[in-house]
Design a protein around this ligand. Structure first.
Ligand SMILES: [Zn+2]
Length: 121
């Protein structure tokens, strides 16, 4: 079992906070490919998929939250580039997307404008 890092902890806290709000159904999404104990490859969500995804409200508005504990906003690493491309694909299809460095930031954003009305680029 790997130790939880800051980003994993933030992801967990964001999911708990969202699921405590009315109308939210949020869960963790892990991207990439990992080796199973048996030696096979397990394909997770596509590269760039946000850490937290879910649905909001009676009309099923899709939302995603990328939890960022370390990488800067303009980071050029392969993971961050894939995340920005995924975010653009989500927004282009009417989904809502935000990057967050704290639970407070998520709650503040969603308290101001719920996912069915928000337009975060
Ligand atoms: Zn990065």
């Amino acid at each position: 079992m790997r130790k939880r890092n800051a980003e994993t902890s933030l992801t967990h806290d964001v999911i708990a906070a969202l699921n405590a709000l009315p109308g939210f159904l949020a869960w963790r999404s892990q991207a990439g490919v990992v080796k199973s104990r048996g030696g096979g490859w397990v394909h997770l969500a596509p590269a760039g998929t946000a850490d937290v995804v879910g649905l909001y409200g009676p009309h099923g508005v899709f939302f995603a939250v990328e939890t960022k504990a370390s990488h800067p906003d303009a980071c050029k690493c392969k993971t961050c580039v894939a995340q920005r491309a995924w975010a653009e694909a989500v927004v282009a299809r009417g989904g809502k997307y935000m990057r967050a460095r704290s639970v407070h930031a998520v709650l503040r954003a969603l308290a101001e404008v719920p996912p069915d009305r928000m337009a975060i680029p």
